[in-house]
Design a protein around this ligand. Structure first.
Ligand code: AMP
Ligand code: ZN
Length: 114
């Protein structure tokens, strides 16, 4: 997608601090961290939100979830993190390229959302 900032990151047009990459998945540090560890994990395929996951593109989503434990291990936060997805503008989605926030550290330990 031409004007998608995460697609621009994938094309190297916007810099990012890479954490992990494979054929299908890319992970990088959030530019505005909400916790001591705040990483975004995205499929390389442009999917605009969780609401757009289908049988045709769900293998890319599966690859994201296969990458997450590897990323957690690499960051030393295994078994100690939250995975968050905002789906839709009304709940705060600001970048319309599917991404999962990986959050860890004291700020996310104390409080349960649900
Ligand atoms: P969301 O609000 O769930 O759509 O999350 C979008 C996230 O992308 C926010 O946490 C932003 O801080 C982050 N973000 C926006 N632009 C960049 C960028 N260029 N590099 C890294 N993270 C970014
Ligand atoms: Zn995109």
């Amino acid at each position: 997608m031409d004007d998608c900032i995460f697609c621009k990151i994938l094309r190297g047009e916007i810099p990012s601090k890479k954490v992990y990459e494979d054929e299908t998945v890319y992970a990088f540090y959030d530019i505005n961290p909400a916790a001591p560890v705040h990483v975004l994990v995205i499929p390389k395929e442009h999917i605009s939100s969780a609401d757009q996951i289908t049988a045709e593109n769900s293998s890319a989503v599966a690859a994201v979830f296969e990458a997450i434990p590897k990323i957690a291990k690499q960051l030393g936060i295994q078994n100690n993190y939250r995975i968050i997805n905002n789906c839709g503008e009304k709940v705060g989605q600001s970048v319309f390229h599917l991404h999962f926030h990986i959050l860890s550290g004291s700020e996310v330990m104390g409080e349960r959302l649900i």
